[in-house]
Design a protein around this ligand. Structure first.
Ligand code: URA
Length: 434
């Protein structure tokens, strides 16, 4: 096969055959095909797209570019959840122990935050001692013992995606649905799952702002998962405003623990219950018995889910006492309350603006090498639909450097729009795709 001919065929809008896609992915992973040819191919895909069959073949080739984990010896269903990323989205921290407490295994391989969205690994690392870098044998041990484990991508998992994602990032070829789908699904399907629930965010703070774009992405992801033998469903959920009240790593861990205790914000706990229940429903026996929601509620109210979280923290080297003592989490030196300039109902609350402000305080990365400050962030005192009096707190900023606070003060006030009209909070789950 000739790589230049394959690029030309894609450039001219023809579909590639499975053997050709495998040849390209294997050759690129092994270093036989250079970056410049792969970059040209990605750009051709960006403009010409891929058929559903090609996208499936690309994903399969990327899954098999590394190890596919085999957890068949573990009891119960092996399930995971993937979110396309948002602001204040700490659902993974709650769902993994919750679903494990309800009887399934959750081998979760997560990512870091980049730009205005947070990353699960950064949040977990704000727990003193917690490591997300486990070897695969250790990952298996934690799973066997606890029922859930959360790590970062290893060299063995979908190495083709690692190389390709880095290349796409610098060649303006990230925003292509077939390439995004193959990238996301290759990492997840290499976990050897029985079932996968996708949380595809839509709204002003999401990668896919419109419901139509989010639905197209969700359908493509679901078709790949089901096409490659993993039961997959997607929920399209709201990301017009941040999820929950906390944005910033240690603040989000704290809110996740509060949610596991049944204490904290309704939107966050409702979404976690919904996603967890869908994960358990992928087991046809459980869904037939209609028991999944009851199992989730029981795992939360009995304290078993919180206990699982503490067990997972301990098994991954962290200090499990954080679940009872928040002062063990990193603390920002200063707080400033942002007072409302007027009275009225919160009409909108720009998730991207809050995410950007949190990133500027040091909670997120501007580039992959940036160091993050786990203690800083924003706590929202008001959300869409709430009434606020003039002078009442809109949000509280946790910061360590005054210059950084000054850089976000004005923009944070602008993320809230306040008016006289009563508004309903946006519905959390907008659509299900299966
Ligand atoms: N997340 C991924 O893992 N890959 C993409 O291509 C985009 C988002």
């Amino acid at each position: 096969m000739n790589v230049a001919d394959l690029i030309l065929r894609k450039r001219d809008g023809f579909a590639l055959a499975e053997a050709e896609i495998v040849y390209l992915i294997d050759g690129y992973t092994a270093g036989r095909i250079p970056d410049y040819q792969m970059a040209a191919l990605c750009m051709a895909v960006y403009y010409r797209g891929m058929t559903a069959e090609e996208t499936l073949c690309l994903t399969r080739a990327m899954v098999h570019s590394g190890s596919v984990l085999d957890f068949s010896s573990l009891s119960g269903l092996k399930v995971d959840k993937h979110s396309t990323g948002g602001v204040g989205d700490k659902t993974s921290l709650i769902i993994a122990p919750l679903v494990a407490a309800a009887g399934s295994s959750v081998p979760m391989i997560s990512g870091r935050g980049l730009g205005f969205t947070g990353g699960t690994l950064d949040k977990l690392e704000s727990i003193p001692g917690f490591t997300v870098q486990l070897t695969l044998p250790r990952f298996r041990q934690v799973l066997e013992r606890v029922g859930c484990a959360m790590i970062g991508q290893t060299d063995e998992i979908a190495p083709a995606d690692r190389k390709l994602y880095a290349l796409r990032d610098v060649t303006a070829t990230v925003e292509s649905i077939p390439l995004i789908c193959a990238s996301i699904m290759s990492k997840k399907l290499a976990e050897g799952l029985d079932g996968l629930v996708l949380d595809v965010k839509t709204g002003a703070g999401a990668f896919m702002p419109t419901l139509e774009q989010a639905s197209d992405l969700a359908q493509s992801l679901v078709d790949i998962g089901n096409g490659l033998g993993t039961s997959t469903v997607a929920l399209i959920t709201d990301m017009n405003q941040p999820l929950g009240k906390a944005v910033g790593n240690a603040l989000e861990v704290r809110e996740a623990i509060q949610t596991l205790k049944g204490e904290e914000p309704q939107d966050l706990s409702l979404l976690c219950e919904e996603l967890s229940s869908r994960m358990l429903s992928l087991d046809s026996n459980a869904s037939a018995a209609g028991q999944t929601r009851a199992r989730v509620v029981e795992a939360l109210s009995s304290g078993k889910a919180l206990q699982k979280f503490a067990e997972m923290i301990a098994a991954q080297g962290g200090d499990p006492r954080v679940v009872d003592d928040f002062s063990l989490l990193p603390q920002a030196s200063y707080q400033e309350v942002m007072a409302s300039p007027s009275r009225g109902f919160i009409q909108s609350l720009n998730a991207k603006g809050v995410g950007r402000a949190s990133m500027s305080l040091g909670a997120g990365r501007e580039t992959v090498d940036s160091q993050i400050d786990p203690s800083v962030g924003i706590l929202l005192n008001k959300k869409i639909g709430d009434w606020v009096e003039k002078g009442e707190p809109l949000c509280t900023v946790f910061y360590n450097q005054t210059a950084k606070l000054q850089s976000v003060r004005q923009s944070l006030l602008e993320v809230f729009s306040i008016g006289p009209d009563r508004v309903e909070p946006p519905p959390l789950v907008k659509r299900m795709v299966e």
